[in-house]
Design a protein around this ligand. Structure first.
Ligand SMILES: Nc1ncnc2c1ncn2[C@@H]1O[C@H](COP(=O)(O)OP(=O)(O)O)[C@@H](O)[C@H]1O
Ligand SMILES: [Mg+2]
Length: 353
């Protein structure tokens, strides 16, 4: 049987470039280990240039080309066929629907959520709106644009203080890995945090501080997704910031999370409901705050391309649920192909007669 060719996109024009390199290294090792895939490592620079083993390549937004178009060198103009693209990109220009849009136009199957699921999953403001519309629990928050901020700084600061109190969390609408996120303890810190977040996006949200423990749950599937056992994050810093996630080894993962059986059931159900409500596909990790003292539970976000090194929460939770890292990769490739063929069966013409 011929091998399935998988282009693994990694790096990217994102504050999470480094994190993507780590996830992609694990994924490529795993795919090669399985033995039935030909892996094409496609590196995307911080400027957005795509290369395959140092040679510039591109996916053209034209259907039927079916692969990576070689832009330079001896093979310039040739096409390297690709069966499935695995966009192992975190954050902007990768996890946000932009690459997914290109792959839709090019008509190439790819792993993970499509354009709307990716875009909404990346935008914390739209994501919260989607969750609230589906009746799912979201903590109190406010959001505004850079224009609002410039016009009404004083009023916004006052409103945040009154409605959300301190400490509160300030986040750029679109990003991940805690980049641009601050916890503000007073008005001066709040102002600084907002200016910081506005470096990354023109829209910012401020959230009330949630209590309890930080719980994550992995979801896998397309229209009938399933949830893993939940795990708990024990951050080594004041919150799970970039350094607690990637630089310091002292953050802990508790798998499975030590929660009451009925809480676990609820978390898993809500993880699946979140995935469906936001039109995700393939994979997603839903993050929660769970306060067993008060019985409250909030969804903080979904990550449509969660961290994916062999020690990351997403694959670890599946491992604890009986699916190994390599099996997980095989399932994701299969889900990508299934979703593609389902989409290919849809009509794109209409005859009104
Ligand atoms: N409302 C909140 N209350 C308490 N902690 C929070 C809140 N929002 C975020 N955090 C902390 O900040 C971290 C990063 O926030 P998150 O919204 O998950 O952003 P990212 O997409 O960058 O991971 C969380 O893992 C959590 O530790
Ligand atoms: Mg997060």
């Amino acid at each position: 049987m011929s091998k399935t060719t998988i282009a693994v996109l990694h790096g990217g024009r994102s504050g999470e470039h480094e994190v993507s390199l780590r996830s992609a290294a694990s994924i490529m090792d795993g795919l090669r280990d399985v033995g039935q895939y030909e892996v094409l490592p496609v590196f995307i620079s911080r400027e957005g240039i795509w290369t395959l083993e140092g040679v510039r390549v591109a996916i053209l937004p034209e259907p039927g080309i079916g692969g990576l178009y070689v832009l330079e060198g001896e093979k310039a103009g040739e096409v390297i066929p690709v069966d499935v693209v695995f966009p192992v990109l975190h954050g902007t220009y990768g996890e946000d629907g932009t690459v997914q849009g290109l792959l839709e136009l090019a008509r190439i199957p790819y792993v993970g959520a499509g354009v709307p699921g990716s875009a909404i999953g990346m935008d914390k403001i739209l994501m919260k709106a989607g969750l609230l519309a589906a009746g799912l629990p979201v903590g109190p928050y406010l959001w505004f644009t850079v224009a609002d901020w410039e016009e009404n700084k004083k009023q916004l600061l006052k409103q945040i203080e009154e409605e959300l109190a301190f400490p509160c969390f300030v986040k750029p609408a679109n990003l991940g890995s805690s980049v641009g996120i601050s916890k503000a303890y007073d008005s001066a810190q709040l102002e600084k945090a907002i200016n910081e977040a506005l470096q990354y996006d023109r829209r910012v949200l401020v959230e009330k501080m949630l209590t309890g423990c930080e719980i994550e749950c992995s979801v896998l599937g397309n229209d009938r997704p399933e949830a893993s056992v939940p795990g708990e994050i024990i951050p080594c810093n004041d919150f799970y910031d970039y350094s607690a996630k990637y630089l310091d080894d002292n953050s802990g993962l508790e798998i499975p999370a030590k929660l009451a059986p009925e809480t676990i059931k609820k978390v898993r159900e809500m993880a699946v409901q979140t995935f469906i409500a936001l039109d995700c596909a393939g994979l997603g990790r839903v993050d929660f705050f769970v306060d067993e003292k008060t019985g409250e539970m909030w969804i903080i976000e979904i990550n449509t391309l969660p961290g994916f090194t062999s020690i990351s929460m997403y694959p670890k939770l599946w491992e604890a649920s009986g699916i190994s890292f390599n099996e997980l990769l095989q399932k994701l490739v299969k889900l990508a192909l299934e979703r593609f063929s389902q989409k290919e069966r849809l009509k794109t013409t209409f005859d009104p007669s």
